[in-house]
Design a protein around this ligand. Structure first.
Ligand SMILES: NC(=O)C1=CN([C@@H]2O[C@H](COP(=O)(O)OP(=O)(O)OC[C@H]3O[C@@H](n4cnc5c(N)ncnc54)[C@H](OP(=O)(O)O)[C@@H]3O)[C@@H](O)[C@H]2O)C=CC1
Ligand SMILES: O=C1OC[C@@H](O)[C@H](O)[C@H]1O
Length: 381
């Protein structure tokens, strides 16, 4: 049943970079199809107050959709530093849009101030940091989620139904996924993607997206019964700065005879028409780029499954596009969790962020990607 009065999530934004701007533009979008939740931007915190004000002026002058629609009368405040945003009594939830190395500190401060938190990916630098945040949130009865927004997109939801419920490609046996962007030679080595002091590298930046289809279609295959991946092997090609330029990860899911082959790189761009390839016993599905925002899937059904049998029906193309970047799907899901008193969103549970961080820890260990001393706030015991 749709509530007569929509629930309004009141956001405090930390950091005024690119992704925070996309997030604010997206939650400012007035959409007629969503009636149960809305958003308001209470405060934007920046290390530089003037920057916070110009961010508001440019990306969310009226605030978010509750404010733009006249349902909330709050005006977004530009705030010097982050502390006052954590402590603002009108803020329910903090969106952390800062670089990787600041995630733990910012999320911890938000939770300690009693605020719910949506934390950009990768959630933390290692699994030990995430464990601390997860315990802190649960102990305080607060919502916490890593912002893997791709999980909430219409095509991602549709594919889970097609693959697991309708079994359109039979039993899934392999996931190949690549998310690569040619930053090499385009951005300076000091940019967050290459900067080792900012925990850069393709795996932490793009790896959360390549891991996602492996988790959704293999880990979550009903017959896998959520058995964790095994035989993890990672190979990193390093950039001059010491971060990984290109990384490959393979993992096994023995219970379902399946394997994942994942890659990320800053040296080349993923092919436009083939970012992810999901192979089953009765067909395969190809997802177009970009890996973070899939909107087009091509389903091929084999007419006569079997060894090297290539006959197939006409391909079915599913396109589920949407306006702007699309972070509102994730934001709406978070708002519903807050409204319903959930401390975790079932589509992005703490356990899967923990698994992601453990995989990244292991690949870094196998390849000697060591952070500068002191960057990790919590070390594995
Ligand atoms: N969900 C998604 O699709 C995406 C997620 N991301 C994730 O979001 C995070 C931010 O990425 P992005 O927006 O591209 O980064 P930007 O560099 O554009 O913005 C980061 C912001 O963080 C703040 N900040 C705090 N501490 C520092 C610091 N030491 N150095 C630089 N900036 C700092 C700054 O805001 P201020 O000066 O106002 O304090 C800055 O503008 C990353 O962790 C990335 O993985 C990135 C892109 C897409
Ligand atoms: O999350 C992301 O998705 C898109 C890329 O532009 C970016 O580097 C990455 O952080």
């Amino acid at each position: 049943m749709i509530a007569a009065t929509p629930y309004i999530a009141r956001w405090g934004i930390i950091g005024t970079g690119w992704i925070s701007s996309e997030f604010c533009k997206d939650i400012a979008l007035v959409r007629d199809d969503v009636k149960d939740v809305l958003h308001s931007i209470v405060a934007v915190g920046s290390r530089d107050k003037a920057k916070a004000q110009s961010f508001i002026d440019e990306f969310c002058p009226k605030g978010a959709n509750a404010q733009a629609g006249g349902i909330s009368s709050l005006t977004p405040k530009a705030v010097e530093g982050y502390e006052a945003v954590y402590n603002d009594p009108e803020v329910d939830i903090i969106y952390v849009g800062t670089p990787n190395q600041a995630h733990f500190e910012n999320a911890k401060a938000a939770l300690e101030a009693g605020k719910h938190c949506l934390l950009e990916k990768p959630a933390t630098l290692n699994a030990a940091e995430w464990a601390v945040l997860s315990e802190l949130a649960k102990g305080k009865g607060l919502f916490l989620m890593e912002a893997v927004w791709t999980r909430f997109l219409p095509l991602t939801l549709k594919l889970q139904e097609l693959i697991h419920e309708q079994k359109v490609i039979g039993d899934v046996r392999a996931v190949h996924s690549d998310f690569s962007m040619e930053f090499l030679g385009v951005v300076p080595p000091t940019h967050r993607t290459f900067n080792i002091d900012m925990a850069g590298g393709s795996m932490l930046d793009l790896g959360p997206y390549t891991l996602l289809p492996a988790l959704l279609y293999l880990y979550h295959a009903p017959a896998n019964e959520q058995s964790p991946p095994e035989n993890l092997i990672g190979s990193m090609l390093k950039a001059e700065t010491g971060v990984d330029l290109s990384t490959s990860i393979t993992m096994n899911f023995p219970k379902i005879n399946a394997k994942a082959f994942l890659s990320s790189s800053f040296a080349y761009n993923t092919a436009e028409d083939r970012a992810t390839f999901i192979t089953g016993t009765k067909g395969h599905i190809t997802l177009a780029s970009p890996g973070c925002r899939p909107t087009k899937a091509t389903i091929r059904r084999f007419t006569k499954p079997g060894i090297m049998s290539y006959g197939h029906d006409d391909d079915e193309v599913i396109e589920l596009n949407f306006p702007q970047f699309g972070l509102y799907f994730e934001a709406d899901a978070v708002a519903r969790s807050l409204r319903d008193g959930q401390l975790e969103n079932p589509a992005m549970p703490h356990k899967e962020t923990a698994m992601t961080m453990e995989i990244f820890d292991e690949v870094r260990r196998q390849n000697g990607y060591v952070f500068r001393k002191g960057l990790e706030q919590v070390q594995a015991s």
